[in-house]
Design a protein around this ligand. Structure first.
Ligand SMILES: NC(=O)c1ccc[n+]([C@@H]2O[C@H](COP(=O)([O-])OP(=O)(O)OC[C@H]3O[C@@H](n4cnc5c(N)ncnc54)[C@H](O)[C@@H]3O)[C@@H](O)[C@H]2O)c1
Length: 498
């Protein structure tokens, strides 16, 4: 159970502690932040409201810990990450329980998120060992005007302190997708979890603590965005920000200093359906893509653009599948569970009402109970409706059996990721995934995240004379020895130094 057994240490009374300097601590603010259960709409958990002073201390210890971590052999870093991954997977049940209670993630999906996270950590450790163990060797005479008098050795070096800010919808997976690449690359990491999802994240961090990472290397500060949000993102001790979330990321990118940014933001993912598409496959993917985790995913299918000639058939197929979706609490593993907060439910209701006023066709009756909103398909949506545009520029998908048309449309779509004949998706987690325009800066995916959290260091060796490796280099060395011998014979009475 959450907060018990191995996890008892992270709880103080009914308030979860924050993690700094390798210890679980209470904030000196004596203030807490409440986490509301989206299903019951009552306070489920409380976390510490950390102060700016506490953030300063965390940054200091992150800086110190990073210095020795960067000198820890790569295989040792990987070994600890593998250990953390195993502990995480072993304790999937209490972490999944938090996901159910904090963000109303259906029970089965909650377990999947934790297991997927463990796998991601292990994969990142392996990938890191491979790609960080390699550098480049360049010679100067490939550039005009140069002889081979310079050898350039490049390696990937850590950036320093990485600030990780994940969103509520995958508070564990999108936290480890930042933590693991940061650590394998020799960085330290400060995590600011989302409020809804903070307790799941604290349990996950405890798994890293149990794995035995050096103190100060990982920290997790909780608190109000208004108190510590800007303070963290504008902190001079931060050397890189990896953020996943909504438009908050645009504001952060304007405030952040001259540090590398990985911004994974929101999207209005379009699903384009051509006349020749397999409509059963399309309908299944609209349901999976549009309604998994009640549509609260950056990759959720949010708008379907379908050729007029097949539109009505598709609408009927989707309607039939919607009728089969179960609606209810996450504990019962329902398909549709309450959305994360009342304000989120109100926002969705605002979009629906606007569409109704402007004449969209409702394929089901709009129904809401607290934060629970029944699945709804709107037909004949026009561009003047808000629902057609909110969260623009996401990844997209196209359905057709004609691969040539698919490529043409994929090329024309101004999106960072296009799926052909399947709903938009981030995973598998090692695939590059990125958004264009307001959907993000940089690219995620295991390899890209590791690279993003490093910078290239070049060491150039300057040689007094051009040097070319010869096939018969052993003979050259022999001549060199002879030359040296002759010099010595002439200079010191015949005693060779070679
Ligand atoms: N591109 C992707 O890979 C991806 C993946 C998942 C979710 N998302 C997007 O995330 C959004 C949903 O998540 P959300 O509602 O948690 O997003 P959000 O932008 O509201 O919050 C994201 C994170 O930022 C924190 N935050 C808020 N204000 C802050 C501030 N001033 N300084 C620092 N941190 C601050 C929040 O506490 C949270 O941890 C959707 O738009 C969704 O599309 C994107």
């Amino acid at each position: 159970m959450a907060g018990t057994g191995l996890f008892a240490e992270i709880l103080d009374g009914d308030v979860y502690k924050y993690y700094a300097d390798g210890e679980w601590k209470k904030s000196s603010s004596a203030k807490t932040v409440a986490i509301i259960n989206p299903t019951t709409r009552k306070t489920q958990y409380k976390v510490q409201a950390c102060t700016q002073e506490e953030v300063n201390k965390v940054m200091e210890s992150a800086k110190t810990a990073q210095k020795s971590w960067a000198k820890t052999p790569l295989w040792k870093r990987a070994e600890l990450l593998h250990k953390a991954a195993a502990i995480l997977k072993e304790h999937k049940a209490p972490i999944a329980e938090c996901l159910v209670k904090e963000i109303a993630k259906p029970a089965k999906d909650a377990v999947t998120e934790v297991v997927r996270s463990g796998d991601l950590v292990s994969y990142t450790a392996e990938e890191g060992v491979r790609i960080l163990g390699e550098g480049k060797f360049l010679v100067s005479d490939s550039f005009p005007g140069n002889e081979r008098t310079k050898y350039c050795l490049t390696s990937k070096v850590p950036l320093g302190v990485i600030l990780a800010i994940p969103p509520f919808n995958y508070p564990v997976n999108l936290a480890v997708s930042k933590i693991a690449p940061a650590l394998i690359a020799g960085n330290s990491l400060v995590l600011k979890p989302p409020t809804q999802g903070a307790v799941s994240a604290l349990h996950m961090v405890h798994c890293f603590h149990l794995a035995g990472f050096p103190k100060g290397l990982i920290s997790c500060v909780t608190g109000k965005g208004s108190e510590i949000g800007d303070f963290l993102t504008m902190h001079p001790g931060v050397n890189c920000i990896s953020f996943t979330g909504g438009d908050t990321g645009i504001a952060i990118s304007k405030k952040a200093g001259m540090v590398p940014l990985q911004m994974e933001l929101g999207g209005k993912d379009a699903c384009i359906v051509l006349e020749d598409a397999d409509l059963d496959l399309v309908a299944a993917n609209i349901i999976k893509g549009g309604f998994s985790y009640s549509g609260q995913r950056c990759t959720a299918v949010k708008v379907v653009l379908v050729m007029e000639s097949v539109a009505d058939v598709l609408v009927d197929k989707v309607k039939a599948k919607i009728a089969k979706l179960t609606v209810g609490p996450p504990e019962d593993d329902c398909d549709i569970t309450p959305v994360v907060s009342e304000s989120s439910a109100n926002f969705i209701e605002g979009l629906v009402k606007d569409a109704k006023e402007k004449g969209a066709t409702f394929c089901q009756e709009y129904k809401r109970d607290g934060n629970l909103i029944w699945p709804l398909l709107l037909d004949n949506v026009r561009p003047d409706m808000r629902i057609a545009w909110e969260e623009p520029f996401g990844p997209g998908c196209v359905f057709t059996k004609d691969v040539n048309k698919a490529i043409l449309i994929s090329d024309a779509m101004e999106t960072g990721t296009v799926q052909i004949n399947s709903a938009p998706a981030r995973g598998p987690d090692h695939f590059p995934f990125q958004g264009l325009k307001d959907s993000g800066i940089g690219s995620q995916g295991v390899t890209n995240s590791i690279n993003m959290m490093t910078k290239i260091k070049s060491t150039v060796i300057n040689l007094p004379t051009p040097s070319y490796t010869m096939e018969n280099s052993a003979t050259s060395l022999y001549w060199l020895a002879d030359e040296e011998k002759d010099k010595n014979d002439a200079g010191n009475g015949g005693h060779s130094k070679l």
